[in-house]
Write a protein that binds this ligand. Structure first.
Ligand code: ZN
Length: 127
């Protein structure tokens, strides 16, 4: 099957959010928590060229900032907890939320780059 037909059949959003290979949608995109595998274990697609850059981190900063700042202000205004509650609670939520969101958003960025045949240089470099 030609590569262009595969690109059209695999949803980049589904493959990305499930952390699957952007070409076949089956192989795992990651070889460790946040490190992208060199090759897809199913279709042998070269994933080493994939680079999501800082994109996922920027989205996570916006998403978590949008959620956590109002929650922290609401907690303070409603219950006036001691300072140690804020110092203990928010770093755990921010670090946990960042790690939880980083994998699917990194997968989404890689899948969208593959789907739209994008690269850092602006030229098509996927096989
Ligand atoms: Zn694959």
């Amino acid at each position: 099957m030609p590569d262009d037909e595969l690109v059209l059949k695999i949803s980049p959003v589904k493959a990305g959010l499930l952390c699957k290979c952007p070409r076949c949608g089956q192989g795992s995109l990651f070889k460790s928590l946040l490190q992208i595998a060199d090759r897809c274990s199913v279709c042998q697609f070269d994933l080493a060229k994939s680079d999501s850059g800082d994109g996922p981190a920027v989205f996570i900063i916006f998403i978590l900032g949008f959620l956590i700042i109002p929650l922290a202000l609401w907690l303070e205004a409603s219950f006036e907890p001691p300072l140690w509650v804020h110092a203990l609670l928010w770093p755990i939520i921010i670090i946990g939320g960042s790690i939880a969101l980083l994998r699917p958003l990194k997968g989404l960025m890689v899948a969208l780059q593959y789907h739209h045949k994008a690269s850092d240089s602006g030229s098509v470099d996927y096989d």
